[in-house]
Design a protein around this ligand. Sequence first.
Ligand SMILES: Cc1cc2nc3c(=O)[nH]c(=O)nc-3n(C[C@H](O)[C@H](O)[C@H](O)COP(=O)(O)OP(=O)(O)OC[C@H]3O[C@@H](n4cnc5c(N)ncnc54)[C@H](O)[C@@H]3O)c2cc1C
Length: 281
Amino acid sequence: MKAALFDYTRPDEVGAAMSLLSGSPGAKAMGGSQSLGPMLNLRLARPGVVVDVSGIPGLRTVTQEGDSIRVGAAVTHAEIEDGIHPLLRGTPLQKIAAGIAYRSVRNRGTLGGSLAHADPAADWLVTAVAFGASLEIVSPAGSRLVDADAFMIGAYTTVLAENELIAAVRFPVASPAMRWGYYKYCRKTGEFAEASCAARFDSSTGMARIAIGALSGAPRLLPSLAAAVAREGQTACTQDAIAHAVAEAMPDHDAVDRKLHAVAVRRCLAQLLGAEESTWR
Ligand SMILES: Cc1cc2nc3c(=O)[nH]c(=O)nc-3n(C[C@H](O)[C@H](O)[C@H](O)COP(=O)(O)OP(=O)(O)OC[C@H]3O[C@@H](n4cnc5c(N)ncnc54)[C@H](O)[C@@H]3O)c2cc1C
């Protein structure tokens, strides 16, 4: 099918993008169009105006601000994978980006677009929650900072209002003590995850977070398991402890789903604790 007719515009400033989004009811932002494009073609979305934000210089920077690395919403998965900015090189973000879909999708798909689309299986959502990231959201009324945990309300549903844009995502800077893991289960390369787990521990700041993704809604944290692993290390990673934490976090899923997620958690923690060679899928 072909998309219904719409006007296309490509502003080069955040202010202009917001005026366009506010000025035309039903207008839609476009990042890399990797999710919006199919939705337009299937006529699941029929905006009168599409506001392409992918070329706005203000959304494409990577900077350090205080104790955060601020990654612009229009930075693509491929640019993160390639470490286009020194602040991204050698980071977990670089590795995680490389496991998203195929290179052609990564060339266009953006960090902000992925979060705004809020597919429960998306890699950036579970990463942002586990890594304690926050999202900078702008609207004509000003800007607000939303913790990644509070951003997604349900499948494909977020706290974003129609005239709001994600401007950037702030990830806490890593200390030398930071350890992390990421594991996603999918049947073949390039597919969305059927189960995923991201974890980030930093003993210098007391951070210990484990999140599971690819659920029916937003990623969920496993706080008791994270506290136990921070305290006891590998000893806390028993099959029973992981199965219990997973069952508590996803009571609305069946036994097969819970088992897949338990495997993802175990492998993610094995990476974090250095007990297993890193594998990204
Ligand atoms: C074949 C295929 C396989 C894929 N596999 C994976 C995978 O394994 N893992 C994964 O995580 N993703 C996967 N994806 C999705 C991919 O990561 C997309 O890039 C992503 O979902 C959407 O990003 P985008 O920049 O293309 O956004 P778009 O498609 O342009 O937009 C998506 C939504 O976000 C909104 N939006 C865009 N930018 C902003 C912004 N700055 N502020 C507010 N709203 C905004 C749009 O209005 C729209 O509602 C896959 C996609 C395809 C086509």
